[in-house]
Design a protein. Structure first.
Length: 274
């Protein structure tokens, strides 16, 4: 797909209601809703988008919050698919300009040009103040880089877990036992469960969820991801084993991480020995 064609397809997402995808009851029907591989957003992965929809519906999400707008494909698709307000941030001036143009006039989407820690701090303070009325869904780019000390997941998860009820998907994450999924590193430090376990444990998050299916089952770029949440409704929905949450597998956060040890959190995210 040429760049011009891709940008046109992103802009066209503002008029799609994704009816077939919303009504899909299995992987086959979800794939049939991809439009012949032309699905935009969520790294082009239509099955992942259906999982996000299932999570958001079980959570009864009130907002979709994205870090790393890039060209706005996920922001536009999430707005139409989930039918909730969308907020997204982008640090690159070039990508921010492109995304502003492509989302121009699209209702319910607010873009910010700023780094993800600052953006999430503002969003999460507001959401935390709303208490149980706020149930945001966070979609986090892992921000691959060379300096492990600058990995923003530490700050991001610190802000997110201050919200009473939420779900969060972390992109570019190592999927245990699924080497075909691609993932990010920071100065050679893999973005995996061991990296974030101390932060999750300190926040009382006892489980992390990963795709149970191979990336070949989906339609787009095979980036791995992890999902965490604090929601009784989502706990119950996943336990029922119904589509699409049956496409996620649960892994318990190591017991050693279940302690409010800030130094351990900081050491883990800096790639230092505990």
């Amino acid at each position: 797909m040429s760049r011009i064609h891709r940008l046109h397809s992103i802009a066209a997402a503002r008029w799609r209601w994704f009816r077939e995808l919303r009504e899909s009851a299995d992987v086959t029907s979800a794939l049939a809703a991809s439009g012949g591989g032309r699905f935009m957003g969520f790294n082009g992965n239509v099955v992942r988008a259906r999982i996000v929809l299932g999570l958001a519906e079980a959570l009864r999400a009130t907002r979709f919050v994205e870090t790393g707008t890039y060209h706005g494909a996920t922001a536009l698709s999430a707005r139409r698919l989930l039918r909730v307000p969308v907020e997204s941030c982008e640090l690159s001036g070039r990508n921010y300009f492109i995304s502003r143009v492509l989302t121009l006039g699209a209702p319910g989407i607010r873009l910010s040009r700023e780094g993800s820690p600052e953006f999430l701090a503002s969003v999460c303070r507001r959401e935390a103040a709303r208490g149980e009325q706020a149930r945001p869904f966070f979609y986090l780019d892992a921000h691959e880089g060379v300096d492990p000390a600058s990995l923003p997941l530490r700050e991001e998860l610190g802000e997110i877990t201050a919200v009473a009820s939420f779900a969060a998907l972390i992109d570019d994450f190592v999927v245990p036992g699924q080497k075909a999924y691609r993932s990010g590193t920071y100065g050679g430090v893999p973005v995996d469960l061991a990296l974030i376990a101390p932060m999750l444990g300190a926040a009382g998050i006892e489980a992390c969820y990963f795709p149970a299916h191979a990336p070949e089952m989906d339609t787009g770029y095979p980036s791995g991801y992890a999902v965490i949440w604090r929601s009784t409704a989502l706990d119950q929905a996943w336990a029922r084993g119904e589509f699409p949450l049956n496409l996620l597998t649960r892994q318990r956060v190591p017991e050693a991480a279940h302690r409010p040890d800030r130094q351990a959190c900081e050491a883990a995210t800096a790639g230092l020995p505990l």
